[in-house]
Design a protein around this ligand. Structure first.
Ligand SMILES: *[C@@H]1O[C@H](CO)[C@@H](O)[C@H](O)[C@H]1NC(C)=O
Ligand SMILES: *[C@@H]1O[C@H](CO)[C@@H](O)[C@H](O)[C@H]1NC(C)=O
Ligand SMILES: *[C@@H]1O[C@H](CO)[C@@H](O)[C@H](O)[C@H]1NC(C)=O
Ligand SMILES: *[C@@H]1O[C@H](CO)[C@@H](O)[C@H](O)[C@H]1NC(C)=O
Ligand SMILES: *[C@@H]1O[C@H](CO)[C@@H](O)[C@H](O)[C@H]1NC(C)=O
Length: 408
């Protein structure tokens, strides 16, 4: 019998099936109540006529509408067997320029899988009831004015894959329950006013991208999940050594800039096989130890170590990094001559070299000028002897400040 069910017949059956579903697809009344409460908590003057929210017309049923009403909403397909109602599964009002509060009744939408209110003007706290939304896989509240602390029970949302609350005014510390979010792949807490120490994060074993930049987090680094590819911790008050980063074999982008890290930038960083962007500038590092990269080709493209307290000679081994194009070693305590191995790189693979504000001495080659077309950077404020007219070299320190009596 089954073999007589040809595709056309099957697709008719499918249409009838879908149709009969839509008849029963009226929205659960309590979900409609939440949508109404949601809309009521938005300042009506901020709801522009082309916003999705303006299409929410409560004379119609949210899940049954097929036209241009209730935009920004998706419903569950109801289960025929249990004769259940449609439930709100997704709300996306990104960039609607809405002003107002997020009503705590949002926590009643227990089938919600995705909530995106990014780029609006929500203010006030993120309601604690959000932790009832156990099916959420994506919570995006970025670029609003949410304040107060990150809800303590955030760890209850164990299905979350994306959590983006960046660019708000969240304060307080990061709840330690965050380590329960075992499905999380993207965590963005950047540009808030978060403080306290970083909690343990090793439960987030699937985490691929973590952005905490521009907060006031202090203390030492914890162990990080090993799958991380992007780690941005810039502009915080973090301190201590950066050894926990050495284990992150999948790391591609590392930004530790503008913190209080100390110790060395060494082998552990340079041996990371995927690392392409490393910014450890504006810290208190004292040692830069560039190893000769052996096993595989390094992917390192950008190295920024400017504004630290690094002393010693400039690392010759930098020339062994075939993909390196942007190097910033400025504002440190480097001394000695610029390695002659650097010159063939300039203008060929290196597009940018900053060595300004160090204690470098010796001569810069006379014929360098020929290869420098389009090269960015500066050698300024050292004790270098420069060829006439070499722009990069302008503004050397006066001879009186240069031991050994170098002049320019
Ligand atoms: C949300 O659920 C609570 C508790 O069941 C109830 O008191 C409240 O009225 C509900 N809110 C809405 C808008 O349905
Ligand atoms: C399904 O629900 C509707 C409306 O609540 C009701 O009229 C109908 O009898 C129910 N059907 C079954 C099979 O329970
Ligand atoms: C490194 O970080 C500093 C401080 O955040 C920033 O000013 C600089 O532009 C960054 N460097 C690169 C190469 O992106
Ligand atoms: C590094 O260089 C190799 C060979 O030139 C190239 O195939 C690869 O894509 C480069 N990697 C990056 C991250 O630019
Ligand atoms: C090379 O030298 C000439 C003068 O000799 C100067 O005008 C020009 O700016 C120099 N080019 C660079 C890239 O410094």
């Amino acid at each position: 019998m089954v073999r007589f069910l040809n595709p056309i017949f099957l697709s008719c059956l499918y249409i009838i099936f879908i149709h009969s579903l839509s008849v029963n697809a009226t929205t659960l009344q309590s979900d409609i109540d939440v949508l109404e409460a949601f809309k009521t908590s938005i300042d009506p003057f901020s709801i522009s006529t082309d916003s999705f929210l303006s299409s929410w017309d409560f004379n119609l049923d949210p899940c049954e509408t097929t036209g241009a009403s209730f935009l920004g909403i998706l419903c569950t397909v109801p289960d025929v067997d249990t004769n259940s109602s449609g439930r709100i599964m997704e709300i996306d009002l990104e960039g609607d320029e809405l002003e107002g509060f997020l009503t705590s009744s949002i926590g009643n939408l227990t089938e919600l899988v995705s909530l995106n209110l990014g780029r609006n003007r929500f203010r006030g706290p993120v309601p604690e009831t959000i932790t009832n939304l156990r099916k959420l896989t994506s919570l995006q509240l970025y670029e609003n004015f949410f304040s107060g602390s990150l809800v303590n029970g955030i760890g209850e949302l164990t299905k979350l894959e994306i959590l983006d609350v960046s660019n708000n005014r969240l304060s307080g510390s990061i709840p330690s329950s965050i380590t329960s979010l075992r499905s999380l792949t993207q965590l963005d807490l950047s540009n808030n006013e978060l403080t306290g120490k970083l909690p343990q994060l090793n439960g987030l074993w699937q985490l691929s991208s973590f952005d905490l930049s521009n907060n006031q987090i202090y203390g030492n680094l914890p162990q990080f999940p090993l799958k991380i590819k992007t780690l941005s911790l810039g502009h915080n008050l973090l301190s201590g050594h950066i050894t926990p980063v050495h284990k992150l074999r999948h790391l591609r982008t590392l930004d530790l800039s503008d913190n209080r890290f100390s110790g060395g930038i060494n082998k552990g960083i340079f041996m990371l096989p995927e690392l392409s962007y490393a910014n450890v500038s504006v810290n208190r590092f004292t040692v830069l130890e560039v190893v000769e990269f052996s096993d595989k080709e390094s992917q390192l493209h950008t190295l920024d170590v400017h504004a630290n307290r690094i002393h010693g000679h400039l690392p010759v081994n930098l020339i062994r990094y075939p993909n390196l194009t942007e190097v910033n070693l400025g504002h440190n305590l480097f001394s000695g001559e610029i390695p002659s191995e650097y010159w063939p790189r300039l203008g060929f693979s290196w597009r940018s070299l900053n060595l300004e504000y160090n204690n470098l001495e010796g001569s810069v080659p006379r014929d360098l000028n020929r290869t420098l077309e389009g090269v960015q950077g500066s050698f300024e404020h050292n004790c270098l002897i420069c060829p006439k007219g070499l722009q990069l070299c302008h503004g050397q320190r006066p001879a009186s400040e240069c031991h050994g009596g170098n002049h320019n």
